[in-house]
Design a protein around this ligand. Structure first.
Ligand SMILES: [Mg+2]
Length: 236
């Protein structure tokens, strides 16, 4: 019997959606900024809000003497530095999975018609560190698109979709892709790719801002996801 490719691709954001690092992300950002750029810029008052790490570094250094080219040229160093710092310090922060996250992902792994992936502003080097600390196995998400690969988040879902198509040797039409995230930027990147957008209110956004972003579904947390997923598959 021939194995059939999964029909659905579910792309999860990390911070505020699957987990909360409760300070570890910010502190590793601070240390990597100091290492690589010699300043943390305006980090103290900065709202990460669904931006890619690429964009975050540019924003933090907005008032610095560095040119954009100089900042971008150092991103590979930042990629390595932040992973090292995060690995060193993460055990000292109360990292936690968002409500229902681990249980929902585990249940989805049992469904043969579903493929899982990541679309995250994190650089690829920090994503697995955060996932492990919160009780997720990074291998549960065999494809991903990361925050060092594009300045703009909207460029990430198409990358993840291409990678999933290559892995499963079958393309995923946008109407078979669901992007799950905690910010208006997650909803926007889903829209740009023609995918469905599920927003979860477990991050750091005002609920009103999520409502105004007009996701297809707004959940208080991931405990509700398995209940709404059949709505998407109802036409099958
Ligand atoms: Mg997020």
């Amino acid at each position: 019997m021939v194995n059939t490719a999964p029909e659905w691709l579910l792309l999860f954001d990390i911070d505020g959606t699957l987990l909360r690092t409760n300070g570890a992300g910010r502190e590793s950002t601070r240390r990597a900024m100091l290492d690589v750029y010699g300043t943390e810029g305006n980090l103290a008052s900065f709202h990460f809000g669904g931006r890619t790490d690429w964009q975050i570094v540019l924003d933090l250094l907005e008032d610095s003497p560095y040119s954009e080219d100089e900042i971008v040229a150092r991103l590979p160093l930042y990629h390595d530095s932040i992973a090292q710092h995060l690995s060193d310090l993460i055990a000292t922060f109360p990292v936690e999975a968002c409500l229902g996250g681990v249980e929902t992902v585990r249940a989805l792994l049992e469904q043969p018609n579903v493929a899982l992936g990541l679309v995250t502003g994190n650089v690829a080097s920090t994503a697995p560190v955060k996932l492990r600390a919160a009780g997720y196995d990074p291998d549960w998400f065999p494809v991903g698109a990361y925050g060092h690969e594009a300045q703009v988040r909207a460029a990430l879902p198409p990358l993840a979709m291409q990678r999933a198509a290559a892995l499963y040797q079958s393309p995923f039409a946008p109407e078979r892709v669901i992007v799950i995230g905690d910010t208006p930027a997650d909803v926007e990147c889903a829209r740009a790719a023609g995918a469905w957008a599920v927003a979860v209110n477990t991050g750091f956004e005002a609920r009103e801002d999520l409502v105004n972003a007009e996701p297809d579904v707004l959940l208080e947390d991931l405990t509700g996801f398995l209940e709404v997923f059949p709505r998407f598959t109802a036409g099958d």
